[in-house]
Design a binder for this molecule. Structure first.
Ligand code: 6PG
Length: 477
């Protein structure tokens, strides 16, 4: 075979990834279950580079130089297992299978282990950046053996997005499921970012009284500052779009029920298992879920509550500035929570993930790319063992400067009945961490009262129980 890489599964992500490899000078074997897609790809884009169209799995495998590298771009879950089972018997020791889908990292761990037993390297690679990224440079988060990265890494570095300083947005994340785990948390952060932007929009609309077009302009201004990011940029585009059929703002004609495919939910499920508080991300997932309960919402519209009062026109700009402060502070907390989950996952599974490198490869190509990730990168480079992003002095100082406005915005939202679950959850997390004492002491007392669950004391070592139903004396367990 002559192809340095193969891509099987030629839906839009697979097709664009194959074109990206070809445009970068690699010979790419392409394969799809129905050959019409393979033919269409070669016909439409054949002049972009060297493609080898394969009709059957056997032809596909034969087209690849050895050790073979084949990328699977099919739906996560059973379709991925089916394709692996189809190709694995045709491969030889040392070949590399790359799964570029949004797989659950536990599935990746299972597949990696099984294929390792057969001498095949399995690389679970998170790929972010949507269709456009796959074509012009995504952020790639590969997990798997160091050996497989040695053979694959240079190619991935070539096709990946480049950060402003020229660094490729890919790195070997760690063994087995590490890459898909990091992609999962990326998506959890993506959900939080999107929800926070959504809450900012709602406040600018309902409290400040701005129109979608005006809010688009505000976001464009924010995008020139510290909030500079892909998601803010596209939000402005979406908000300024006018529906052709009705002449109304596009955002007013779209059904307000958010959908999800699973990665955000997994981020929260796994965080619960690892004992990591990712409240901002969780509220973002729940907010999508609430939005989707149409019957419940219909049955609840009569419930009592204030109607947001529009500010006077001359008061609105100052409020918009406060919302910017709130959005930035909440965003720092959401990332703090996501990075905590990566730290916990890395410890739990022995992955030894470099958080600075994760931040660095999110600077370009991916959906959460943002100027702000440069700062996170430097923070972790300066202090790799930082217990939390909030331990970084410059982020702590920025929150200190933003917090009055952050609180005012949330207080206003509460007073006016505008739901801001992610703003509020991130502030509560921040206040919980800084609290001198938490009511957890009372929780321990309650647990000891009803279930003799015992407690620890602030002043002495040991495990204690109070004889609540008796003379309330304390016994040491
Ligand atoms: C990315 C995106 C991508 C996909 C999400 C959408 O990083 O390129 O995250 O993976 O668009 O999975 O997720 P939902 O459908 O759950 O919103």
């Amino acid at each position: 075979g002559t192809a340095q890489i193969g891509v099987t599964g030629l839906a839009v992500m697979g097709r664009n990834l194959a074109r990206n490899f070809a445009r970068n000078g690699y010979t790419v074997a392409v394969h799809n279950r129905t050959t019409a897609k393979t033919d269409a790809l070669v016909e439409e884009f054949g002049d972009e580079g060297a493609f080898v169209a394969a009709r059957t799995p056997e032809e596909f495998v034969a087209a690849l130089e050895r050790p073979r590298r084949l990328v699977i771009m099919v739906k996560a879950g059973e379709p991925t297992d089916a394709v692996i089972q189809e190709f694995a018997p045709l491969l030889d020791e040392g070949d590399v299978i790359i799964d570029g889908g949004n797989a659950h990292f536990e599935d990746t761990r299972r597949r990696e282990k099984e294929l390792r037993g057969r001498g095949i390297h399995f690389v679970g690679a998170g790929i972010s950046g949507g269709e456009e990224g796959a074509l012009n440079g995504p952020s790639i988060m590969p997990g798997g053996s160091a050996e497989s990265y040695a053979s694959l890494g240079p190619m991935l570095e070539k096709i990946a997005a480049k950060a402003k300083d020229g660094t490729p947005c890919t790195t070997h994340i760690g063994p087995d499921g590490a890459g898909h785990f990091v992609k999962m948390v990326h998506n959890g952060i993506e959900y939080a970012d999107m929800q926070l932007i959504g809450e900012a929009y709602q406040l600018l609309r309902d409290v400040a009284g701005y129109s979608p077009a005006q809010i688009a302009d505000i976001f464009r201004t924010w995008n020139t500052g510290r909030l500079d990011s892909y998601l803010i940029e596209i939000t402005a585009e979406v908000l300024s779009h006018v529906d052709a059929a009705t002449g109304k703002p596009f955002v007013d004609v779209v059904l307000d029920r958010a959908e999800q495919k699973g990665t955000g939910r997994w981020t929260v499920q796994i965080a619960l298992d690892l004992g990591v508080p990712v409240s901002g991300i969780a509220e973002a997932v729940f907010a999508r879920s609430v939005s989707g309960h149409a019957d419940l919402r219909d049955a609840s519209r009569h419930l009592a509550g204030p109607t947001a009062r529009k500010l006077r026109e001359d008061e609105a700009p100052a409020f918009a500035d406060q919302v910017e402060q709130a959005l930035y502070a909440s965003k720092i907390v959401a990332y703090t929570q996501g990075f905590h989950e990566i730290t916990a996952g890395s410890e739990q599974y022995d992955w030894d993930i470099d958080l600075g490198k994760v931040a660095a490869i999110w600077r370009g190509g991916c959906i959460i790319r943002a100027a702000f990730l440069d700062r996170i990168t430097s923070a972790y480079e300066a202090q790799p063992d930082m217990p939390s992003l909030l331990s970084d002095k410059s982020f702590a100082e920025e929150i200190a400067a933003a917090q009055d406005d952050w609180r005012t915005v949330i207080a206003t939202a509460v007073a006016q009945g505008v739901p801001t679950p992610a703003f509020a959850a991130t502030l509560a997390y921040y206040d919980s961490l800084r609290a001198e004492r938490l009511p957890a002491a009372l929780t321990q007392g309650q647990r000891d009262y009803f279930g003799a669950h015992t407690y620890h004391r602030t002043d002495r070592e040991g495990t204690f129980h109070t004889l609540w139903g008796d003379d309330k004396s304390e016994v040491e367990n």
